[in-house]
Design a protein around this ligand. Sequence first.
Ligand SMILES: [Zn+2]
Ligand SMILES: [Zn+2]
Length: 463
Amino acid sequence: MLHFKPNKFVFLIITVISRRSSHSSCSSSSIYVLEAFSAVVSCFTSRKWNFSGRCHSDCKPIVSHQRRLASLAFLVGKPSQLSCVLPSHTDFLVIMEAKPRVVGTTSEVVPLALPKGSAKLCELCQREAHLQCTECRVTFYCHAEHQQADWVGIHERICPLLVPIRTQTLSSLQEAGRIEMQLKKAELVEICKLVAQSKLSEGKHQEALPAAQFCLRCSIDVHGPRTVHLVPAYLLLAEANMGLGNLTMVAELLSQAEWVALKSPECGHAVHHRLHRSLGRLHTATGNLEAALLNFANDIYFASEAYGLDSTVTCGGYYLMADVFTKQGKVPVACSLYSEVARTWHCHLTKHLETHMQNMQNPDMSFEPSYDNAQRVEVDEMFRTMLEFEQNRSGKDSAQVALVAHCLAMLCFLGGDCLKALGFCSEALQASQLIPNHDLTEPIQGLLQLVQSLQTEPRPGSD
Ligand SMILES: [Zn+2]
Ligand SMILES: [Zn+2]
């Protein structure tokens, strides 16, 4: 990469923008910031230039902004916050560095700059590293490919958090410092769990790998090897590998998790439930259907102990079991399990809808959706599978179609997708009207009217 001092064009934009932003209001200046920002960024990226100069002789070099750079990178893409946090032109340079780094940046490892005797290993594959992250400087990679995979998978979110736990200071060697370090690592484990879980729910198995791997390594660091605390990390890694079709790896990870769980009497019901669910999925994938059913039965038992019989977590086991029965050609059993799943979710979603309606009437209360987007995608897919199953089988049950389509309509409505909600409402209504005096006709009609009224209502400011 070519390093250069800012040319006049860039300088001009920065000056104009920083002046405008210091005089105009917060919200309008952010628009200027973004405009100029993208102009400058495209100027750099189109010529593959790496900006590393100073904009003024009185400005500190960019290097001194490293810390803020990392945290500001999070703010890019949030225009409303940009102008508030960036008062001067030096900061534009910081942001300019941050923006094009969609996949982070690296520099070659300089052995002399590192503590003696510390061989640097790749964050992802643990082979010898030749590159290092230029933002935290405490993370290393064998190759740009692994750096990019790690950046997208997890590093982007935890890069600045790694600096304190990977930098040895005098205080980190003392008892209090060590405890604080363990707490920070435990916090990182939680972040990685959430990130991996959310990527898995979205079906991004490859991207979930770095977070799951880091989660396992950090858990071992905090709790030691062979403790029950490692099971969630093993399960995340197994699930990611399952999605990628690495079944041998899945079997290995799950047997490690099983071994640890068996040796730990303190291992809770929730962990056993997740372990059996993963084992059931593995056996389903390898075609060992009897073993799969046995594991799903255990999964349901432990889930009901942990979350209750009527819980949506527990009925996830029924759903997976139904799939196995379908594979075995036992369609009636699958049907009864699917209707159990639909009933449980229908009850759950109806309650949510009621709360949502109450909150809509009382604007002081804000509506908090109970699942994140990734979970909604997962549940949505489950319902669609069930709906398709019911519609395609001979002797289709209209009551079940109405129930599942109504669930989908409520889910879409609660997720803010009125158009899809409308479609599923009509489908549910059609099915329920085939049955005289069906219980669901009234609530479905109610939801349909509500969605229609919201769609025709003029949006604020759209006149
Ligand atoms: Zn590597
Ligand atoms: Zn980093």
